[in-house]
Design a protein around this ligand. Structure first.
Ligand code: SAH
Length: 348
């Protein structure tokens, strides 16, 4: 009779736990280092790839563990070079991740949750129910897949990573941090923390927690309005996380990390396109050193939200720049394949 044991996903184990496993099975703790390197640095998908282990060790591992890994289910390329991946997880759920090439950089935009619970009214992902958090390895593997595509299709290394795909990274905090730890570790992808940006709707208490941990990556906040009433009407999270609380959390963040915050901001026609709104943003920008990205709106529906006029954008730009706030207008990328900000919705 064949004994069936529930095999665990080996990448859920820390290096210490893996060492414990080997010692408990009469092997050397150092074996764990070798396996760990295969699992993370070399992204092995199968124990048989681990050729510096004996057959007996590989059998032992196979009897106790599985290696869950993602699969790029489909890949779409935009006319502007952007690549969108539909990524299938081990349980069949799908998330999306995007490679964004520019002259100087290649950026991976990765998802942190399947769907999203936040209900921002202008975002396509908000229409997908939040199904579950991604595991650290599922976040890590998205980066690995894009790194490989970067080398294959562009002959250039991946330079930046943004947590701006599906989901709210700060509602999957510990898995996101574990993934970042692996992405930045020499035992993993060895990428510099300053090349990573975590983007959030602005959950104040989680920003404080991150500040306490003195993380080294960058923080972006999807602001979109600096007036509570308006922000609450488009981003329900603002009801329980007011701009005042957010401002306090950001002060603490800056005090601890000395890192500028980036605000992401879309200017919409008839929603936030007058001088009063721009003045409110300017006032908010004085709380901590910051930069502003004015993001182009990517329509997701029948026109409830519309991009503001060029004049309105210029008004924002002038006011902020005149007051010393670095402001950039970010054209959207990958719009033709629904890969742009706010468009990730597993459409194809
Ligand atoms: N939940 C995190 C991570 C998602 S990032 C966050 O909100 O920051 C996705 C970015 O795209 C956010 O800045 C979001 O506000 C923005 N966005 C959402 N829908 C958009 C749309 N239709 N057009 C342009 N930007 C959009």
């Amino acid at each position: 009779m064949v004994e069936t044991v529930a095999r665990r996903d080996i990448r859920k184990l820390t290096l210490e736990e893996l060492k414990g496993f080997f010692v408990a099975h009469g092997d050397k703790a150092f074996r764990a280092q070798q396996v760990y390197e295969w699992l993370w640095k070399k992204s092995a998908k199968d124990f048989d790839q681990m050729t510096n282990l004996s057959l007996a060790t590989r059998e032992l591992l196979k009897n106790h563990f599985i290696i869950n890994h993602i699969q790029v289910d489909s890949m779409q390329r935009s006319a502007d070079g952007t690549i969108k991946n539909a990524v299938k997880l081990h349980d069949g759920l799908i998330v999306e991740s995007v490679l964004i090439p520019t002259e100087k950089r290649i950026t991976a935009c990765v998802s942190s949750q399947v769907g999203c619970s936040l209900a921002c009214r202008f975002c396509a992902t908000a229409r997908l129910k939040r199904m579950r958090n991604l595991n650290p390895d599922e976040i890590y593997d998205q980066v690995v897949a894009i790194k490989q595509q970067s080398e294959l299709f562009f002959g250039r290394p991946l330079t930046n990573i943004v947590f701006m795909g599906m989901g709210e990274p700060l509602l999957n905090y510990s898995n996101v941090l574990t993934a970042i730890e692996k992405i930045t570790s020499p035992k993993g992808l060895n990428m510099a923390s300053k090349r990573l940006t975590v983007s959030t709707v602005g959950i104040a208490k989680m920003i404080v927690k991150m500040a306490d941990e003195e993380v080294k990556f960058n923080l972006a906040v999807s602001l979109h309005s600096a007036l509570n009433q308006v922000r609450s009407s488009i981003m329900p999270i603002n009801d329980t996380n007011s701009l005042e609380e957010l401002g306090e959390a950001l002060k603490y963040w800056y005090k601890k990390t000395r890192k500028k915050v980036t605000y992401e901001y879309v200017v919409w026609k008839d929603i936030n396109d007058t001088e009063e709104h721009a003045q409110a943003l300017l006032k908010f920008c004085k709380i901590v050193p910051c930069k502003v990205n004015l993001i182009e709106y990517n329509p997701i529906d029948d026109g409830e939200f519309q991009q503001a006029s060029d004049e309105a954008l210029a008004m924002y730009m002038n006011l902020l720049e005149m007051n010393g706030i670095t402001t950039r207008i970010r054209k959207s990328r990958g719009k033709d394949i629904d890969a742009a900000c706010g468009q990730l919705a597993n459409k194809s």
